[in-house]
Ligand binder design. Structure first.
Ligand code: SF4
Length: 193
């Protein structure tokens, strides 16, 4: 089994591009990509975003592991943890915190199952997300499962700008909403994620 490799949980290609660029040019770490984003709805959008991640994995010659699409499981998990229906919450509220937890727990399970010791997530460098929560959750899960969480030292705004540039360079689709059905009505507000 492979060891000494960092698993990069990848939320989407536009967010992953500046981070992959950072790992390749500023570190000596070997990375692999792990795709687990059962939050995305509808399935066609999920496939579209996954295809873009497959495209960048090919460009950078990176291994990509794909989790299953478990949207119903994601939905039940979210509903079971919230006191109000998911649509009640605004983006970046409690619903999103459980959404992050669902996906990061899957990423950690993947690391444990495959004996990877170090990991991180593209969600932690995002100017629209609660990155303090995401990094602290990453560390919490790492302690629990005896893994090492890598804190990506990138500034979210400049990473975003680099991501836009690289997306254009590689002609990568940039989604117009966060991902789940509850973020769909906010499309205009959160365009250019
Ligand atoms: S808005 Fe985004 S982060 Fe929040 S629950 Fe939906 S997909 Fe997850």
């Amino acid at each position: 089994m492979e060891r000494g490799i960092l698993v990069l949980h990848t939320c989407c290609a536009p967010c992953a591009l500046p981070i992959i660029d950072f790992f390749l040019h500023k570190t000596s770490k070997k990375i692999i990509l792990y795709w687990e984003n059962s939050n995305i709805f509808p399935f066609e959008e999920y496939q579209k975003r996954l295809q873009e991640v497959q495209k960048i994995a090919k460009i950078y010659h990176l291994q990509l592991y794909q989790g299953e699409y478990r949207h119903q499981e994601w939905l039940s998990y979210i509903k079971n943890h919230l006191s109000h229906p998911p649509a009640f919450y605004k983006e970046n509220g409690e619903r999103c915190l459980y959404c992050f937890r669902f996906r990061l727990e899957k990423a950690v399970n993947f690391c444990v199952k495959n004996q990877y010791k170090e990991w991180t997530t593209t969600l932690s460098v995002n100017r629209w997300k609660n990155t303090n929560f995401i990094n602290s959750l990453g560390r919490e899960l790492s302690v629990k499962y005896k893994l090492h969480y890598f804190n990506i030292p990138l500034e979210a705004k400049s990473a975003y700008q680099r991501g836009v540039k690289l997306s254009h360079q590689y002609q990568i689709y940039r989604q117009k909403y966060c991902g789940c059905e509850f973020s769909l009505p906010n499309r205009a507000k959160i365009s250019n994620k």
